[in-house]
Design a protein around this ligand. Structure first.
Ligand SMILES: NC(=O)C1=CN([C@@H]2O[C@H](COP(=O)(O)OP(=O)(O)OC[C@H]3O[C@@H](n4cnc5c(N)ncnc54)[C@H](O)[C@@H]3O)[C@@H](O)[C@H]2O)C=CC1
Ligand SMILES: CCCCCC(=O)CC\C=C/C=C/C=C/[C@@H](O)[C@@H](O)CCCC(=O)O
Length: 280
């Protein structure tokens, strides 16, 4: 995995966000809240989806006080429920009339209830991506747009204390990269990019201290701690800047952006994976 130093290359194509409408899942706290704030700061209106109704409503009120009335609207939705996700998306379209930016951010760590983790971290990302694509793609009369799916560094390499989490994040990377190519080939007019943050200072980071959530891999806590030494924590704001780049830079489709304490860079995937020959 080559980790290219990513200079903020001046791109000719930068999307202006004024008047644009964004949807962020898992928006009530953590990274999702950071993405919502940077979108509002850059002129977009934002729909926040989360299953935490109290946190979402409180945040909606605070954001509209800070950025102007009616800029942010919260919708309660469990993204693992197809019906709730579809209903919320329909309410967003009814309220705003369009969606230009969609961020599938909601995610959990639960190695015990691994089906729940797959349902939220991968199935719901596919569901949200397809909901957005159906609305955005030009062959359906859409205006085009951009989808940012949130994976993790664990989408680029294994996190031994969380193999299911690792699998879901690898899935998000692979799905998004393949769909970005399909979108280009089919001329959907929709860019699909992936964000791969390292450890970020949010509530999720405490998961690996929880035996309830890491299950049989709780005994690998020290492995995660050593990975934390190698990959120091970053702040939500650092990741939000990378998110904004994936949204605004219209030259980026199929980009996988890694955000680490040592810097932010676009991952370059080898066209052929290096192999060690074996004799059969
Ligand atoms: N914190 C970290 O170190 C890293 C986090 N990520 C990813 O970033 C994303 C956000 O994580 P954080 O902000 O750190 O976590 P967080 O736990 O602080 O926030 C997650 C938000 O998603 C919501 N959520 C959870 N399940 C949901 C569901 N079924 N439907 C709707 N909303 C749901 C929660 O209510 C919460 O508001 C996740 O996909 C996570 O895997 C990626 C790399 C590192
Ligand atoms: C259990 C807590 C999960 C917290 C949420 C996360 O997503 C944290 C993941 C952050 C780091 C994962 C590190 C994985 C490291 C190795 O697999 C390494 O090979 C990754 C390679 C990617 C790179 O070039 O840095």
């Amino acid at each position: 995995m080559v980790f290219g130093k990513f200079e903020q290359a001046g791109s000719l194509w930068i999307m202006a966000l004024n008047g644009k409408v964004a949807v962020v899942t898992g928006a009530a706290q953590g990274l999702g809240k950071g993405f919502v704030e940077i979108l509002l700061q850059n002129g977009a209106n934002v729909a926040l989806l989360d299953l935490n109704e109290k946190a979402g409503k409180d945040l909606e009120e605070n954001l509209n006080k800070a950025y102007g009335a009616d800029r942010a609207h919260f919708y309660t939705a469990d993204v693992s429920s197809e019906q709730q996700f579809k209903d919320a998306f329909q309410k967003v379209l009814t309220k705003f009339g369009r969606v230009d930016i969609f961020c599938n951010n909601a995610g959990i760590v639960n190695e015990k209830n691994w089906e729940k983790t797959v349902s939220i971290n991968l199935c719901a990302v596919v569901r949200g991506t397809y909901l957005a694509l159906e609305h955005m793609k030009k062959e359906n009369g859409g205006q085009g747009g951009v989808i940012v799916n949130v994976a993790s560094l664990a989408g680029l390499g294994p996190l031994p204390s969380a193999p299911i989490y690792t699998a879901t994040k690898h899935g998000v990377v692979g799905f998004s990269r393949a769909l970005s190519m399909a979108s280009q080939l089919a001329n959907y007019g929709v860019r699909i990019n992936v964000l791969c943050p390292t450890f970020v200072r949010t509530a999720l980071i405490d998961t690996f201290h929880s035996e309830e959530l890491t299950g049989q891999f709780f005994n690998l806590k020290t492995v995660t701690e050593s990975l934390l030494d190698k990959h120091p924590l970053v702040e939500v704001e650092d990741v939000a800047k990378g998110f904004l780049l994936l949204v605004k830079d219209e030259s980026l489709n199929g980009a996988v952006l890694a955000v680490r304490s040592t810097g932010t860079g676009i991952v370059s995937f080898p066209t052929e994976i290096p192999k060690t020959p074996v004799s059969l």
